[in-house]
Design a protein around this ligand. Structure first.
Ligand code: SAH
Length: 227
């Protein structure tokens, strides 16, 4: 009995620590850096990031940095996830496409705000793990697919917004085609030097705005062939 009680107290303690770390992360890394949008803050405050990192990284889940998730890939830094989510003007009722599911964390943050999230991951084991994890956590508005995100996901197009979390050398044409007029895409573009671009689709074509220099993993597949 005492053991069970100790275990329950330990588990509650653990949960509270994560909740506290998450609260601090939102305050120190997001709000203090100028992202004050309520929807983004609420979403970042809800998603249990510790569930998206490997067990040995759980204690570091809320540090101000990307973390390894295996297969030479990373879960993005919390601030970058918040910034990208903020810049695409997401709100309830919207449909968003993410390229580069990775751990599924970014998709979960998007799904806290958007109505439907479609996410594509090129590495099968990551796509499978992310799908299982998102289902277990109750995200029933996210669809995961394994494939090359360069080509987008035609079946559910057009999208209100597109978030790309791996860097091609240039903006993939199919992604622009699958964006609604007035829709926004946030995408890291470049090779050794990358910049985060905010792309707005207009009647005439696209408008590009450079946000900040960044470092994302390269986009694999088709994007590598057509450099
Ligand atoms: N949003 C993720 C970040 C993952 S890092 C998270 O929150 O964890 C970027 C991911 O893009 C990696 O998992 C990588 O395998 C994937 N990726 C690389 N090229 C891709 C492509 N062409 N299509 C889809 N995913 C790709």
């Amino acid at each position: 009995m005492a053991n069970i009680l100790a275990l329950i107290i330990f588990m509650l303690g653990g949960t509270n620590n994560y909740a506290l770390s998450r609260e601090r992360m939102v305050e120190e890394q997001i709000v203090k850096r100028g992202i004050t949008d309520e929807k983004v803050i609420d979403a970042m405050g809800k998603v249990p990031r510790e569930e998206f990192v490997p067990d040995n990284y759980k204690p570091y889940a809320y540090i101000d940095s990307p973390l390894p998730i295996g297969y030479e890939q990373t879960i993005s830094q919390p601030f970058i996830v918040a910034l990208m989510t903020y810049l695409i003007d997401l709100e309830g009722g919207k449909k968003v496409l993410e390229i580069g599911t990775g751990s599924g964390y970014g998709a979960a943050v998007l799904a806290e705000i958007a109505e439907e999230v479609y996410t594509i991951e090129i590495l099968k084991p990551l796509a499978e793990t992310a799908e299982e994890r998102l289902t277990r956590l109750g995200y029933d508005n996210i669809k995961v697919r394994c494939g090359d995100g360069f080509f987008g996901w035609e079946d559910y197009a057009p999208y209100d917004a597109i978030v790309v979390t791996c860097a091609p050398g240039y903006i993939p044409r199919p992604l622009v085609d699958q964006l609604k007029i007035g829709g926004k895409m946030i995408i890291p573009v470049g090779e050794s030097f990358q910049e985060l671009l905010l792309v707005t689709k207009t009647e005439e074509g696209i408008k590009e705005e450079s946000i900040i220099p960044v470092r994302f993993v390269p986009m694999k597949g088709e994007a590598e062939k057509r450099k």
